[in-house]
Design a protein. Structure first.
Length: 169
C-alpha cells in the first residue's frame, strides 16, 4: 500500500500534467499545503512527516507548523519525546462560518468541535494582493462563555464612550 508521501496528484486525478505544483511550492503555497496536510491528519503529524511530504527541510516544516500554532490554526503536544501537531478544532458545519469586513478589519467567526463541546473561533484576518487573506490572530470561546464575552465587550464599549464624553466636557 502506498504511503501518503508516495501518492501524487496524478495518481488521484489520473493523467499527466493535471496539476502544476510550482505555485504550491511558493512561500505562501507551502504554508497552505502544510495546513492542508495537517487538516487531513487529525491524529497528528510530525515536522519530519510534513517535510518528507512537502519536500522541504524539517527545520522549515517545524517553522511553518509553529507559525500555525501561534496563529491558533494548530496545537502541539509532546508524546514520548516526539512533538506532534494537530489541527485546531473541526468545523461543525460550513454554514456555521462567516466573515465580515469592518473598515480595514476582517473577522471570521466559526463554530468548531472542541474537547468539551462546541467552541467559537474568532479570527482577525488581513488581505493583501501579495499574500491574499491570512490569519493575524484568533481566540477560542467556549459556547457557555459567548454571552458573557459579548456583555463584557458592551460594558467596555460603554465605559469608553463615557470616558470620551467626560474628556470632551
Amino acid at each position: 500500500m502506498d504511503t501518503l508521501k508516495n501518492i501524487t496528484v496524478e495518481d488521484l486525478l489520473g493523467g499527466k500534467d493535471v496539476f502544476d505544483d510550482s505555485e504550491a511550492k511558493g512561500i505562501h503555497g507551502t504554508k497552505s499545503w502544510v495546513l492542508t496536510i495537517l487538516r487531513q491528519n487529525p491524529d497528528g503529524v510530525t515536522a519530519k512527516m510534513v517535510a518528507e511530504i512537502v519536500g522541504i527541510s524539517e527545520r522549515r516544516a517545524r517553522e511553518i507548523l509553529e507559525e500555525l500554532v501561534t496563529k491558533r490554526e494548530a496545537y502541539s503536544r509532546k508524546v514520548q519525546n516526539i512533538k506532534l501537531y494537530y489541527p485546531n478544532g473541526k468545523l461543525i458545519h460550513k454554514y456555521l462560518q462567516e466573515s465580515r469586513e469592518f473598515g480595514n478589519q476582517i473577522f471570521r467567526l466559526s463554530f468548531h468541535e472542541g474537547k468539551r463541546g462546541p467552541i467559537l473561533q474568532i479570527q482577525e484576518r488581513k488581505f493583501s494582493l501579495l499574500e491574499g487573506e491570512k490569519v493575524e490572530g484568533s481566540i477560542f470561546v467556549e459556547l457557555e462563555n459567548i454571552e458573557g464575552l459579548v456583555n463584557f465587550i458592551r460594558e467596555m464599549y460603554e465605559r469608553f464612550r463615557m470616558f470620551k464624553e467626560e474628556e470632551v466636557s
